[in-house]
Design a protein around this ligand. Structure first.
Ligand code: AAO
Length: 515
């Protein structure tokens, strides 16, 4: 037993599960493809004041410029050097963003693409975002530098050199993911170059990393890289803080590689979460919200303190990656708001909110043929995120994180942080409600008939503003008011045809001058 404890102490001594967000801040937002200059502004003018803990940014390092198709979003997943130089901005702009966001209490989480460099078929002489030369044909990446020795070509045993079968863990780790040149991560030299890149980012003040394509790296190789990382910059983080690590592993069940294989390194993305939540809210396969009573580990998900959860991500909102048709996105706003609302109210996992750009979706035979379309741009230059008078975004930036219902539920999650899951109620169908201790309560009606009843909220007596239909402004509600009586009970009416058929109240949406 003692030996086991010692082993697990050693084995787990590195892993960083804590997100390094400021106390009481419980979510991050993925500002997909935003420019660093816009993120800096957003941290100061919106994310800090509204209680967001951090931002996941798109890969900041130099990548291939793909012109056919024209500048797809996915070119950023084809690195060719670790210079901080992309369509989102250069190193000075990156530094400015990290500094200003940290100063606003909002931390930066970098999408780290370290499993591979660009596709093997990319021609030498193709442009790159910082102008560095590279030649995939002879595996020459002088700006790092990596050369033929640094890739897994000799190790992969498939005919094509690509992953052909996800049931073979050796292929998944040693062969190319979609033709992307696979780095030999067992080599100390390769590990050191990657660690140097990540340490540069840490020293500039980032708080953690999404590790892209983690499934395609051996957990031990990744651990060896993580072991080389610095502690976080003490200008903004307590002495001895380690970067937050969340690994992108798609485990929907049915493959030999499991999320749990990666727990020793940090948290892991729980892809079952969005796939199942979408199925429930769409009422597919006989699913109903009443079953959400046991949501979380009860649904076969990984332990809550290992999970990074989201309703959709940049891949599965457009048919890449995994999750399938059930995934809810901004294209289905009514269900999407309920999905994100449920996620943010429920205690399971560490939550990431998606913030997208709009693209001309065009389905042919069930597949969106415009799934590649890059961010809003003028001749390839990413467009500014403009802010409309009503606080929404312009220039085709969707800014889900600014939708009142989502923004207010981010605050709800902060307010109920640490409170237990309590006072569950359901009608056996798609009307459900639950509380978070004595701090918050939420009611959903996803049935085709109205909801009208009195429920135990667990909250102190008072008048509360529903933060879905409106805001608490000064000492008034712009939306629905809910009256909680001395016994904690309140009456709720949620029409099935309401714009947003759910109601949420919390300790900070209470009106103090009444009661
Ligand atoms: C582009 C082109 C390619 C070209 C390549 C190289 O599109 O045609 O060959 O360049 O020139 C992104 C894009 C890619 C793009 C790439 C590089 O999505 O289209 O390729 O940039 O520019 C796997 C990985 C996962 C990965 C996901 C997309 O495991 O790591 O594919 N996500 C990350 C990023 C993503 C990025 C990369 C990785 C690469 O988030 O944006 O790619 O840096 C199964 C497996 C999954 C696997 C999927 C998809 O999933 O389990 O691990 O994800 O297949 O291949 C059911 C199953 C489910 C299954 C799913 C799909 O749902 O239950 O398990 O079906 O079959």
């Amino acid at each position: 037993m003692k030996f086991f404890l010692l082993l697990s102490a050693i084995g787990f001594c590195w892993a960083q599960y804590a997100p390094n967000t400021k106390p009481g801040k419980t979510s991050i937002v993925h500002l997909f493809e935003w420019r660093w200059a816009d993120i800096a502004l957003e941290c100061e003018r919106y994310l800090g004041p509204k209680g967001f803990g951090g931002v996941q940014i798109s890969p900041p390092n130099e990548n291939v410029v793909i012109n056919n198709p024209s500048r797809p979003w996915w070119e950023r997943y084809q690195p060719i050097s670790y210079k901080l130089c992309t369509r989102s901005g250069n190193e000075d702009e990156f530094k400015d963003m990290v500094t200003r966001c940290n100063n606003a209490g909002v931390h930066i989480y970098v999408d780290a693409v370290i499993n591979h460099v660009c596709g093997h078929g990319v021609a030498a002489g193709t442009g790159s975002t910082c102008g560095s030369y590279f030649n995939p044909g002879n595996r020459d990446f002088p700006a790092i530098p990596f050369s033929a020795w640094d890739f897994n070509d000799g190790k992969c045993r498939t005919g094509s050199g690509d992953i052909e079968n996800y049931n073979d863990p050796y292929q998944v780790r040693d062969c190319r993911l979609s033709g992307l040149l696979d780095l030999a991560l067992e080599k100390d030299y390769v590990r050191s170059k990657i660690a140097e890149y990540l340490n540069h980012l840490i020293d500039l003040g980032v708080a953690g990393f999404r590790i892209d394509a983690s499934k395609h790296m051996w957990p031990g190789d990744m651990k060896a890289i993580l072991d080389k990382l610095h502690n976080l910059n003490t200008t903004w983080f307590p002495e001895g803080s380690k970067p937050f690590i969340y690994q992108e592993v798609i485990d929907l069940g049915g493959e030999p590689i499991k999320s749990s294989d990666y727990f020793e390194n940090g948290r892991v993305t729980e892809f079952k979460y969005g796939a199942k939540l979408g199925t429930v809210l769409r009422k597919w396969h006989g699913e109903k919200m009443a079953y959400l009573k046991s949501w979380g580990e009860g649904w076969g998900f990984m332990p809550s303190d290992r999970a990074l959860v989201f309703v959709d991500n940049h891949d599965n909102q457009r048919g890449h990656g995994a999750g399938g048709a059930s995934i809810l996105t901004f294209w289905d706003p009514r269900l999407y708001k309920m999905g994100v609302g449920f996620m943010l109210a429920h205690p399971y996992g560490f939550t990431r909110v998606m913030s997208s750009f709009r693209w001309p979706r065009y389905f042919q035979n069930g597949k969106d043929i415009n799934d590649w379309v890059g961010p809003p741009n003028n001749n390839g230059v990413i467009k500014e995120v403009t802010i409309n008078e009503d606080t929404t975004c312009g220039n085709d930036w969707v800014c889900e994180h600014r939708w009142r219902q989502i923004r207010n539920m981010v605050m709800f999650r902060n307010v109920v942080d640490g409170q237990p899951f309590t006072n569950w109620w359901d009608n056996g169908s798609n009307q459900v409600a639950f509380g978070r201790g004595n701090k918050g309560f939420i009611v959903f009606n996803n049935d085709d008939w109205p909801l009208s009843l009195t429920l135990q909220t667990g909250l102190p007596a008072g008048t509360y503003c529903d933060v879905i239909s409106g805001d608490k402004i000064g000492d008034n509600c712009t939306g629905i008011k809910i009256y909680v009586s001395g016994d904690g009970k309140a009456h709720f009416s949620v029409s099935n045809s309401a714009e947003d058929p759910f109601i949420a109240i919390h300790a900070e949406s209470k009106l103090y001058n009444l009661n």
